[in-house]
Design a protein around this ligand. Structure first.
Ligand code: ADP
Ligand code: MG
Length: 621
């Protein structure tokens, strides 16, 4: 075949392949146009997931006849000021959306400006433009997209069920409406309203959850021309996926790897790597510092100085989180309360004795040989969704924990003093109170003036040890020690290339490593703290971290992760009996340690039940 120019319809269809991936992407482009047109109200209808109809009506400034005819042409836009791609303050700028949508669907645009006497209407079907005709419509624009992808049926095959496609549209509108609280958004599926966000009314609750804000820290951080605002959840309020992370750069919803990495690092000390915080962050920076033209659907951005930006975000989040040093998710206490069941009716009929079953107690056939436990499931650490998982013993780190954490016998249980004899004076009010008793050799029950506090001794101690390690680490680095036998590690060429520029970083952290040939290294000295670690694994993990992130902090962050792991293994196990003095010492240390409200994996270290909670439990209020 000879080389020839493509015709316009084909060009637009190819562009549509990139820009309009599914109904939600068409909706996104059209809503962005309405926002750019200054609309304060946007009403949307998405039928059958957007396959049969996507309709958008706005009260923006509308288009004149001339503009309407041009708008559906490729590369026609009103939005790049002075041809400067780095000074764009609108959501759109590529001039691709309308022609792309027009090329793959039946598109109808009705629009009117304040200056025009009547509205104008234009059809585009499968890329073929119809005639402009006068119409009747108030100031603003209505765009109807019918039979999306009818002209490119291959695309239809990739669409998911109408409800899944609708959920993608809802997600897009959620994101756009978080950043445009001044706009009233409605979305209907043709039968009922799925979204109705009136202007000025809080959208965090319907989008991120009713309990999000009370479990989040406010971020308000600026440095030079950069600002990060928003909310991020306390570490114990976490999810199994990162879908509840709403990120915006200069008013644009984005999915950004750099931001995601920064979030992961900021939370690294408090969350297991497979758990994710919930957050909504608005980043603003000078437009020339961020390239928004790197993705056809404008969903990704690229920062001019990636390292600076990453550090800025990590700093902002850490500062915000430091305000939550002693907070754990309120859901955890609420769920704890919900998990206690109260008997419905305990009043026996006249003349009958009160039986255990009246109290909701079912006696086992034989008396239990071990004390009763709360929900002893073999679950992992609690997710916010999990109701009672908090009470489960934590089998997260197996081996040692399990070996020593056998079921405590009734005898050892009853050995624990029933009354705290240490000096609990009522006017000396410690935040975590005074230990009263240890149960199951795992939990410390403490009492403060107003609250009952239950502490997970392993999780709490793990946090303390880790924070200590971090402060000790700097010292330890200076006293590096030679390995008895230097450790030779052979690497692939790619691993070797990745690692060598970072050898000075490792050296600063106390690891003396030399290149060995062209594909190997030899580790000669390490800080004593790492003496018993698997150094080879540490190096290999560091290399993949460098590969993922490509910055000098990767090395240090990876070492901290190793320390967190060591802290976990070196801390008081569940299943160890503690004296009241030991328990109180732990509580006092927790009070003095930053972030002691959660362990290194995002599990809570304690929960607190207020006097009111207890009264509620017993129906006293
Ligand atoms: P872009 O948004 O990148 O400029 P589009 O193809 O999405 O490209 O839109 C082309 C032009 O049509 C816009 O620049 C704008 O001038 C006009 N336009 C599109 N939608 C609307 C609308 N809802 N209200 C007013 N003008 C609009
Ligand atoms: Mg646009």
């Amino acid at each position: 075949m000879t080389v020839r120019f493509l015709d316009q319809v084909l060009i637009n269809q190819i562009a549509a392949g990139e820009v309009i991936e599914r109904p939600a992407s068409a909706l996104k482009e059209l809503v962005e146009n309405s926002i750019d047109a200054g609309a304060t109200r946007i009403d949307m209808v998405v039928k059958e997931g957007g396959r049969t109809l996507i309709s958008i009506t706005d009260n923006g400034k509308g288009m004149s006849q001339d503009d309407l005819v041009l708008a559906v042409e490729r590369h026609a836009t009103s939005k790049i000021p002075d041809g400067d791609l780095f000074n764009i303050r609108t959501l759109g700028f590529r001039g691709e959306a309308l022609p792309s949508i027009g090329a793959v669907s039946r598109l109808k645009i009705t629009t009117k400006t304040a200056e025009d006497e009547n509205a104008w209407e234009l059809f585009v079907e499968g890329g073929v433009k119809g005639k402009l005709t006068p119409a009747s419509h108030p100031v603003g624009t209505k765009i109807e997209v019918s039979d999306l992808f009818y002209a490119t049926p291959a695309r239809l095959k990739f669409l998911k069920s109408p409800s899944t496609e609708l959920s993608y549209s809802v997600d897009i509108i959620h994101r756009l409406s978080l950043i445009h609280p001044q706009i009233h958004f409605t979305l209907s599926d043709g039968a009922k309203k799925v979204i109705n966000f009136v202007e000025g009314v809080d959208r965090f609750a319907p989008i991120l959850g009713k309990d999000f804000k009370e479990n989040a820290c406010e971020i308000n951080f600026s440095r030079d021309d950069y600002t990060l605002t928003g909310w991020c959840s306390v570490p114990t309020y976490n999810k199994s996926s990162s879908t509840d992370q709403y990120l915006f750069v200069n008013g644009r919803p984005v999915r950004d790897k750099l931001m995601s990495t920064a979030i992961r690092i900021a939370y690294q000390d408090f969350l297991a790597s497979n758990r994710h915080p919930v957050l909504c962050l608005f980043l603003s920076c000078p437009p020339e510092d961020v390239d928004i033209n790197v993705h056809p659907a404008k969903a990704e951005v690229r920062f001019r100085d990636a390292n600076l930006m990453r550090q800025f975000i990590i700093g902002a989040l850490r500062q915000g989180l430091s305000g939550a040093a002693h907070r754990t998710s309120t859901i955890i206490s609420q769920n704890a309360i919900a998990s206690f069941k109260t008997p419905h009716s305990v009043i026996p009929s006249e003349g009958r004795k009160l039986e255990p079953r009246d109290l909701g107690i079912v006696l086992p056939a034989r008396a239990p040989s071990t004390p009763l436990r709360f929900n002893q499931g073999d679950t992992a650490f609690p997710k916010v969704e999990d109701k009672v998982a908090f009470f489960a013993p934590k089998p997260v780190i197996p081996t040692e924990a399990h070996q020593s954490g056998g079921t405590p016998s009734l005898e050892t249980y009853s050995e624990v003093p029933r009354f705290c004899t240490s000096n609990l004076t009522r006017d000396d009010d410690h935040f975590l109170g005074y230990a009263k008793v240890q149960v199951h050799e795992t939990y410390i029950i403490a009492e403060s003036k107003e609250d009952l506090i239950i502490v997970d001794q392993h999780a709490a101690h793990e946090r303390l040890v880790y924070e200590q390690f971090k402060t000790q680490f700097a010292e330890m680095v200076k006293n590096r020690q030679a390995l008895l036998i230097p450790l030779v590690i052979s690497l692939t060429e790619q691993q070797f290339q990745l690692l060598t520029p970072y050898l000075p970083d490792l050296d600063r952290l106390g690891l003396t490593i030399d290149a060995y040939g062209t594909q190997g290294i030899v580790v000669r000295e390490v800080p004593p703290l790492l003496f018993k670690s698997d150094i080879k694994q540490l190096i290999l993990d560091t290399i993949s971290e460098i590969g993922d992130r490509g910055d000098h902090n990767a090395v240090k962050e990876n070492l901290l992760e190793i320390l967190a792991d060591k802290a976990c293994r070196g801390s008081i196990r569940s299943g160890r009996k503690l004296s009241i003095d030991e328990m109180n010492a732990l509580l006092r240390q927790m009070e003095q340690t930053a972030f002691s409200g959660q362990c290194n994996h995002g599990r809570p270290t304690y929960i607190r039940l207020g006097r009111q909670d207890l009264e509620r439990l017993f129906g006293r209020t």
